[in-house]
Design a protein around this ligand. Structure first.
Ligand code: KIV
Length: 279
């Protein structure tokens, strides 16, 4: 998009201004064609590190690298003209300290063109979030279930029931005070996520966190029925594209074996018809 483009892209201050308004629509994308599909409908497109599991067949997000995020981030940016991109900081690229986080966040932004990053963690990441935002890196935080910590959390469990609720609330308040422009609440009980949404001055984006958040995010391959290895309870399938693709591929295979494909309409004549002749 050029500076004179008539379509102004969504930017972090626009997202912040949507607090308490019409719910924010967020989906993931990892490729140019999917970015083109979601762009007209979404406020934010997340280049999530879920791409490690969804696209690359990894067992968790822990093996995702900076190079993978940059490759997919560039592809997504080519497909967006309106929605705001957020790019995930992969495991190991920001936890050591604010300076390492800035080095890698600025690389993600410079090499992809994405205007913001997301990182996982609550109060213990507040110093890093403040360091980044003070230096021109808009940060979306991610608390509750943080998949990069699956090994310390002991699985992909709901986070914030009973006594744990206080810690999740403290995490939410800490990332907001540090300057995050929005926060993802993943697998947080509904009542708690409603209280957090009410308490914070920044938008909450829920995934498995109930309907009272300021917005919702889903992994696009989950909601389209393209990723079927497992199905979290919070996923609603809006299409069954995986099943439709399987049927189409089986039909192609059968037609090739029966010599039904290609048909005459898919081939090329040996001799060109004379100019002006009807095809
Ligand atoms: O990586 C991802 O796709 C995410 C969303 C599930 C929020 O972090």
């Amino acid at each position: 998009m050029s500076a004179s483009s008539p379509i102004r892209p969504v930017l972090p201050p626009d997202i912040l201004a949507r607090k308490g308004g019409t719910p924010l629509v967020v989906l993931t994308a990892y490729t140019t064609p999917v970015a083109r599909l979601v762009d007209p409908h979404c406020d934010i497109v997340l280049v999530g590190d879920s791409l490690g599991m969804v696209l690359h067949g990894l067992p968790s997000t822990l093996g995702v690298t900076m190079d993978m995020m940059i490759l997919h981030g560039r592809a997504v940016m080519r497909g967006l003209s309106r929605a705001m991109a957020v790019i995930d900081m992969p495991f190991g690229s920001y936890e050591e300290g604010p300076r390492e986080a800035f080095r890698n966040a600025s690389r993600l932004m410079a090499e992809t063109g994405a205007p913001s990053v997301k990182l996982e963690g609550g109060a213990h990441m507040a110093e890093t979030i403040a360091f980044l935002t003070a230096r021109g890196v808009p940060v979306m935080a991610h608390i509750g279930l943080t998949p990069q910590s699956v090994n310390t959390l002991g699985g992909y469990k709901v986070v914030g029931r009973d006594a744990e609720a206080q810690k999740v609330m403290a995490d939410a308040e800490a990332v907001a005070a540090a300057g995050a422009f929005a926060v993802v609440l993943e697998k947080v009980p509904e009542g708690l996520s409603a209280r957090i949404t009410q308490a914070l001055p920044i938008p909450t984006i829920g995934i498995g966190a109930g309907a009272r958040c300021d917005g919702q995010v889903l992994v696009v391959d989950d909601m389209l029925g393209l990723f079927t290895d497992f199905r979290p309870k919070f996923v609603k399938r809006y299409a069954e594209l995986g099943a439709a693709a399987s049927e189409a591929i089986a039909a192609y295979a059968a037609e090739v074996r029966d010599r039904q494909f290609p048909g005459p309409e898919h081939g090329f004549a040996d001799v060109l018809p004379p100019k002006g002749a009807k095809p």
